[in-house]
Design a protein. Sequence first.
Length: 145
Amino acid sequence: MFGATALVACLLWLARSSQTHLLPQGYVGPVVILFGDPGGGEPRRERLRPIYEIPSNGVLRLRTSAPAPGLYLVRYLYVAPGRALREIPRGGNNDELQVFRGVNGSDGEGLRWTAYIVGTPGERENWFEIQEQAIREARTTFGRH
């Protein structure tokens, strides 16, 4: 009995602590998700978990709060024409397309963000500079420097 209860609790936790990021097919570069933007939208939800649909410019603005700190099962998927999905791996070797360099941040005034890079780490030496520039541009557009 205890085992079944623990299994159900674990499955509920996984459902609530999962996220899916949908990226346009072939997107490569930095992704920035801004939380707490009054002009932003709402993430789509599927079985309690948020679905973050990343636009072609790589910046998603949401009026909702950022997820609470914790462990999350995160899936990164390319969306091909016709809504076919293909998973983008996290980590790997420097010559493979992957999601890497995930960071979270806050400006201390309610704006929070998460950012990561989709690409081949060995392809460029300046990925981190590109990511920092994307975060700065997203914050500036939001009205905070």
